[in-house]
Design a protein. Sequence first.
Length: 319
Amino acid sequence: MAMDSSAAPAPEAGRAAAVTSGCSASKVFNFGGAYFRKLVTRESAKITGIRAEGTLPVIVYDQERYYTAPGGMEFQTGPLDRPSVYMGASSPSNELDCGLTTDRVYTSSGMAVLVSSAAARFTLDRVSGALYGADGVKLASGMAVAAKITELGLKPETAFRPFWRTTGMGEPAWHNPAVGAADNLYFYPGEKIKMAVNYLGGGNFRLEISAEGRAFSVTFAQKGFDRKRSFKRINSIDQFRVADGARVGNENRDVIPTGTRVTGAAWTGTEVLSGAKAAAFTGDSCVEQRGRDTAGRYADIFRVSGWTDKGGESLDIIP
């Protein structure tokens, strides 16, 4: 996830940054390792939150950037690119990210969902290791499972799942609903969603995400936001890399070339909240922050269009 750092000079001195939004300013920050489009509010003690409505993007993964964990179909097995649609807040001392990120899909009973190229769905029992077809019939167990998965060309199904990542709060800093829990909801590409994050005071935030027929909310602790704060809205392709055979995060390195494509994202409107008051997230209320490793090709990577005076835009990410 993209986090703030100190400002860095634009990669092409003397050249004005390409206009890619209705924000009043665009800055380059010394952070890399993800393809992120990040719009940030001005810093103020009066701002209490941000909310938006939009459409989740369609994802085509780069099949060359795929990781299989040493144990086979464990939770880390899957794409090394992780598209995310999220919000958050920044203060002089801490950073908060929360919203939706792509993750593996599990059933309510905790079974991993796998899909074939024909979109047929299979399930893998993480306890017994048995593989089941869409009709519930056992297809393989034990040592035969890996060969059956290869024979059928199965890959983990992914969807957008709620997360909140806190800082300065001890471990673990990364939080998700528990697999199998009633609030472990999944949101799918092309769905229309609503998302909001609000500072409640007393070191607490509330995240709310909804789509047709589903609603997720969580209140959680995050220190360091009692004074000045800013809020943000991000569309990204976060990345992992492989080091000594293990999957590790790519934060604050350079982005890795990828053929993953994230298209069709849209925000119909975004508002900055100050208590009961709401203002469109555009113009002087909005600053575009570019990563140091994508700033030089920003307008090519982030295909932004359809800006509105309600804080809306359409977006494709084409690395």
